[in-house]
Write a protein that binds this ligand. Structure first.
Ligand code: TYD
Length: 139
């Protein structure tokens, strides 16, 4: 069992009377080269997203504005993390089942990804995810 499937990263903040600035550099402030960026926004109240894991993909999830809850499960440990500051990122290794919910109005969920989009990398069936975790594959 691994106990480091996810971790919180605090990004640098350049404070300024004109507003704060946070920067993220691939393979430096996050532990992988960034190949893809996507973001969720205009999320209707009560909507739930995610509901899958990835065989190889690593990601960092950031509340660029507003807040939401990230529900994490690596098959051994579950944790719900509330993201509500734009200078924090939640780093996830591969093989983490995730859900996103409780989005505030105006929330923007920014995601940095280690790979280009590949549907074959998704595990969308929770029982299959649990089977793969038990068999020790994709670690
Ligand atoms: P999905 O990852 O299931 O959304 P979420 O986990 O945020 O609920 O993706 C939703 C749809 O968007 C799915 O049909 C695939 C498509 N999509 C892309 O085409 N490219 C991407 O980079 C991502 C993340 C999704």
């Amino acid at each position: 069992m691994r106990n480091d499937s996810w971790s919180l990263i605090q990004f640098p903040v350049v404070k300024d009377d004109r507003g704060n600035l946070t920067f993220i550099e691939g393979a430096q402030t996050v532990p992988f080269d960034i190949k893809r960026v996507y973001y969720l926004y205009d999320v209707p109240g009560g909507a739930h997203r995610g509901g899958h894991a990835h065989k190889d993909l690593e990601q960092v999830v950031i509340a660029a504005s507003g807040s939401f809850d990230l529900e994490l499960d690596d098959g051994h440990r579950q944790q719900t993390v509330t993201l509500n500051r734009s200078y924090y990122g939640l780093y996830m290794k591969n093989m983490v089942w995730r859900g996103l919910g409780n989005f505030s109005s105006g929330a923007c969920c920014l995601v940095l990804a280690s790979q280009h989009y590949l549907e074959a990398d998704y595990i969308r069936d929770f029982d299959e995810f649990k089977r793969l975790v038990s068999s020790g594959k994709n670690k």
